[in-house]
Write a protein that binds this ligand. Structure first.
Ligand SMILES: *Cc1c(COP(=O)(O)O)cnc(C)c1O
Length: 383
């Protein structure tokens, strides 16, 4: 596969949509902290902007950059990943439609579909997406959307985007890929046949744990139009300052992701050889059931690592509170390393459901600190 460097990825992250300001020469896109825009004559705007819910130049810069990095034609930036998910569902689906979701979907997406989508008139089937026969069997005449996450949270399951796109096409449905865990640097679903990419830009895209945001990207003009219409009509758009922070983070995505991957690989080596660690979940491991698919669709394998602890839940909880550099906390994808216990934290609300995770599981979001310090911290906590 072509590497991001062959493709000018890092250059586009810094330059697309980010020309120096025409009036002042400001090298960085300004924060256009304004709600409205002056018109010279009734109905005639100076640059296409009339009101910031419909469009704002700082948000446009972010949207153009994101669309370029995902190889789409249209990007829309939202107030959060969930706002983007809501807009996608309402733009693509109508009451009476059916969708297929991963049996280990992100909890927030599952809640949105189950608690808001279903009362609105949707039906869904939760299916392990790695099992393509199960996906084919779940397709109904009214299936209009396949919702994919790969890698998944927190067990790092892998779904084959190219094959899912073929199933969606045959069913006259759309394929949406939540690309939050991989980031556009490691995986570009549109090139593999997906119709829509969703991001929680809160995570790797923003990358500094200082802003919540979301995005939808597509190469389909009709969908792009529908996302713009829903963003404007529902109003959960990204504000100018949030857009600016996200764009600031996006500029360094390429270097950050390489370092996240370097560090994660070394943490995996440590875990694999440690007597107090059971299964290690990382798609870069040849023993991972999705390794070959991941190797075919990802540039590298990312910064998320999960593992099971010998000694069960009690030991796992203790380890989480013993690390010092790995901060105990939810979320992921920032420069700082985080550790968490999914069964009691991010996935507490799904206990007893199909999304339940083992209670001896620990999830790491491996940051970009010096690897020796991370290894020392984790080794101390494990010993
Ligand atoms: C965090 C996350 C979301 C939700 O995004 P928010 O920005 O928190 O609203 C959706 N999908 C995945 C995979 C996530 O990790």
């Amino acid at each position: 596969m072509t590497t991001p460097a062959d493709d000018g990825f890092a250059t586009r992250a810094i330059h697309v949509g980010q020309e120096p300001d025409a009036t002042t020469g400001a090298v960085v896109v300004p924060i256009y902290q304004t709600s409205t825009f002056a018109q010279d004559v009734v109905g005639e705007t100076r640059a296409g902007y009339d009101y910031s819910r419909a469009g704002n130049p700082t948000r446009t810069a972010l949207e153009l950059a994101l669309a370029s990095l995902e190889r789409g034609r249209h990007g829309k930036a939202f107030a959060s990943g969930m706002a983007a998910a809501d807009a996608a569902i309402r733009a693509i689906l109508r009451p009476g439609d059916h969708l297929i979701i991963p049996s280990d979907a992100y909890g927030g997406s599952f809640r949105l579909i189950d608690k808001i989508g279903v009362p609105w008139g949707l039906t869904y089937s939760a299916v392990p997406l790695a099992d393509l026969d199960a996906v084919r069997a779940a397709v109904r005449p009214n299936t209009r959307l396949i919702w994919c996450e790969t890698p998944t949270n927190p067990l790092l399951g892998i779904a084959d985007i190219y094959e899912l796109a073929a199933i969606a096409r045959d069913a006259d449905a759309k394929l949406l890929v939540d690309n939050t865990f991989a980031s556009p640097y490691l995986q570009q679903p549109l090139a593999l046949g997906a119709d829509i990419v969703l991001h929680s830009t809160t995570k790797y895209v923003g990358g500094h744990s200082d802003v919540v945001g979301g995005a939808l990207i597509t190469a389909n003009d009709e969908l792009g139009e529908a996302f713009s219409f829903h963003a404007k009509s529902m109003g959960a758009v990204a504000g100018p300052f949030d857009s600016w922070l996200t764009l600031r983070g996006l500029k360094t995505l390429a270097v950050r992701m390489e370092r996240h991957c370097d560090n994660a690989e070394q943490i995996v080596d440590l875990l694999e050889s440690h007597s107090r660690v059971g299964t290690v979940y990382y798609p870069g491991l040849e023993t991972h059931p999705g390794h070959d698919v991941a190797a075919g669709q990802m540039h590298r394998f990312g910064g998320m690592v999960s593992f099971r602890v010998v000694g069960g839940r009690e030991e796992a909880v203790k380890i989480c509170s013993r690390t010092r550099l790995f901060t105990l906390g939810e979320s992921l994808g920032g420069v700082e390393s985080l550790i968490e216990h999914p069964a009691l934290m991010t996935h507490a609300s799904v206990a007893g459901s199909s999304l339940e995770v083992p209670d001896d599981l620990i999830r790491l979001s491996v940051g970009i600190e010096d690897i020796d310090d991370l290894i020392a911290d984790l080794s101390d906590a494990l010993d």
